[in-house]
Design a protein around this ligand. Structure first.
Ligand SMILES: [Zn+2]
Length: 102
């Protein structure tokens, strides 16, 4: 089940090449337990797995993101994946910067 996590930036972002909205983000730099991370919140807000293998809430609340990580969006069919560089301060995701198109 260790594949990736889902990410929810606090602002909406667009494809740097065509302006398509980028709504879905994923990454492999953190727990990779199908957690859902929201920008501005230290611990995962959800875990998208079956109930019988969900991490206990007390343990989930102790999870944190790394100081820097990269996320990917496959929302633009033409230019996927779009990369975004993210930074944490004191364990909280505070910055999301879309990487310029290659
Ligand atoms: Zn695009």
């Amino acid at each position: 089940m260790s594949l990736m996590d889902y990410y929810q930036p606090s602002e909406s972002h667009q494809c740097p090449r065509c302006g398509n909205p980028l709504s879905n983000w994923q990454g492999k730099d953190a727990s990779n337990g199908l957690f859902v991370w929201a920008q501005g919140i230290p611990a995962p807000i959800d875990q998208l797995v079956d109930d019988d293998i969900t991490l206990e809430i007390e343990l989930r609340d102790k999870r944190r993101l790394p100081p820097e990580f990269t996320i990917y969006s496959y929302s633009c069919p033409e230019h996927q994946p779009v990369e975004a560089f993210c930074e944490c301060q004191d364990g909280v995701w505070v910055r999301t910067e879309i990487r310029p198109a290659r």
